[in-house]
Design a protein around this ligand. Structure first.
Ligand SMILES: C[S@@+](CC[C@H](N)C(=O)[O-])C[C@H]1O[C@@H](n2cnc3c(N)ncnc32)[C@H](O)[C@@H]1O
Length: 459
């Protein structure tokens, strides 16, 4: 049979109507059944589009001119929305964002997990979906002899010009980035020059505890020394008393990874504190801490509800970070075992347990996929397992260990619906049943969605 040629050509300009959205928020329109993905187009719209890439089964277009505008289209408040690419959904109403994300999770359940009937609830969204991020990591560069800070332009390492705020960032963090940049500039500290691998300041990281108002500043340099360190540190903490910790991290490698291995406190505490619900957390520079605390509380409350603890259970919290979920669980369980790969995070987890006078937790450093089979061999048989892996999902050895341990309930917290669905299929085949999935919008204005799944051992 002769292969059908795509009905469009590269660089052709066409008029296209949009019916759907990809999971990244691009509009989907079809020419004779051939789908074209067009960023910033919305369902219900008709637009002039330039075809920019033609693959065998689908292509990409660039939005030129919208003829019929969707009522869901809104003006993005960010001045550098298109250059930046950090947010993908600012041009659509928040209610459409939530619908799109619910569909994304439903589609993953249907297409990847082959679970047609699992209830996927409406997304728990934010009342005010702006300025929610508690942490910023921003590159430092130089233009016309002056230090500049800003995110990289999409698919490049060129800092966006004139970027002085980020509308999803906590205002305190925005301000502190500017303050540190100006002070460093005045003191003559140079920016890291990636191309020639010279210069000093690579990134500024700022994290603020939204409940406590405490701020940590991390200065990441290429060099062992931070010139004018004492003046810089003194000026920051004397002017801004909410800054409780100033940290120096050295990263000598030519790499995209932001942090290097060596971290030392220049001034103040090694930690800042923040609260989620009634639990207090100490957070150090390198530790993972969810970026949207009010939504984190809703996420953990859902995880706790699905864990259905009565006080007598043994629980495992795999990928436990600084023990956030573990400590919530521990309040309602007999014993919680946490495992996490980052050593500093486990030190924080132990500290956090003490800080909150919680005595029924044990935390271990290690790869969850190795520690869990070892626990299984030791005879540990938890009643409930909670997993909260990175985007790539759970390792197969860990899924196998869970199936062998046979807990009554598994709670899967996920930041990637595709890997969640892949892993749910494995658990279903291993004797488990997915009861319900609750998406939580931890990252408004972006295409990301978090979800919690309740999974029970089949009777
Ligand atoms: C999505 S975070 C969840 C952390 C924590 N549950 C929370 O809510 O703050 C995933 C965590 O998994 C850790 N991690 C990544 N790979 C791991 C592995 N193979 N074994 C154990 N932990 C791992 C990361 O360091 C990170 O802290």
């Amino acid at each position: 049979m002769a292969k059908q040629k795509p009905p469009v050509k590269k660089n052709q300009t066409i008029e296209l109507s949009f019916q759907d959205l990809t999971h990244e928020g691009a509009g989907v329109g079809k020419v004779e059944g051939y789908p074209l993905f067009v960023p910033y187009a919305l369902p219900g719209e008709t637009a002039k589009v330039k075809v920019v890439k033609v693959n065998k089964n689908f292509g990409f277009g660039k939005l030129l001119d919208i003829k019929e505008v969707s009522p869901e289209r809104v003006e993005p408040p960010c001045d550098v929305y298109v250059q930046c690419g950090g947010c993908q959904l600012q041009h659509m109403s928040y209610s459409l964002q939530l619908k799109m994300k619910q569909n994304q999770v439903k589609n993953a359940m249907r297409k990847i997990a082959h679970l047609e009937d699992v209830p996927v609830h409406p997304v728990l969204g934010m009342e005010d979906p702006w300025r929610y991020r508690n942490k910023v990591q921003i590159p430092v560069g130089e233009r016309d002899g002056e230090l500049i800070t800003g995110f990289y332009q999409k698919r490049s390492h060129k800092i966006i010009e004139g970027m002085d705020r980020c509308v999803i960032q906590d205002e305190v963090n925005d301000r502190m980035v500017e303050v540190v940049r100006r002070m460093a500039d005045r003191l003559g500290i140079s920016a890291y020059d990636e191309e020639h691998d010279k210069g000093v300041l690579r990134h500024i990281m700022v994290r603020t505890g939204q409940e406590t108002g405490e701020t940590m500043i991390v200065l990441i340099t290429r060099t062992e020394e931070l010139p004018h360190q004492e003046e810089l540190v003194k000026e920051i903490h004397e002017t801004y008393p909410h800054v409780k910790s100033i940290v120096h991290n050295v990263n000598k490698k030519k790499t995209n990874v932001i942090f290097g291995k060596d971290t030392k406190v220049l001034w103040g505490n090694e930690y800042i504190y923040d609260n989620i619900g009634d639990i207090k957390f100490a957070i150090s520079a390198r530790s993972f801490y969810q970026v949207n605390p009010p939504q984190t509380k809703r996420l953990y409350d859902t995880a706790l509800e699905y864990a259905a603890l009565t006080g007598g259970e043994t629980v495992v919290d795999a990928y436990c970070g600084i023990g956030t979920i573990s400590l919530f669980l521990a309040q309602q369980a007999k014993k919680v075992y946490g495992v996490e790969i980052v050593q500093e995070a486990i030190a924080d987890a132990k500290k956090n347990a003490k800080l909150n006078h919680i005595e029924n937790t044990e935390f271990y450093v290690g790869e969850a996929e190795k520690v869990m089979p070892w626990w299984t061999a030791q005879g540990l048989r938890p009643d409930v397992i909670v997993v909260d892996p990175p985007r790539k999902g759970c390792d197969e050895d860990l899924l196998e260990a869970m199936i062998t341990m046979k807990p009554e309930r598994i709670v899967y917290v996920s930041c990637n619906p595709s890997t969640l669905a892949r892993d749910l299929r494995i658990l279903e085949d291993g004797g488990y049943e997915t009861k319900q999935v609750q998406p939580v919008d931890m990252f408004p204005q972006t295409g990301h969605i978090e979800a919690v799944a309740e999974i029970r051992l089949k009777k």
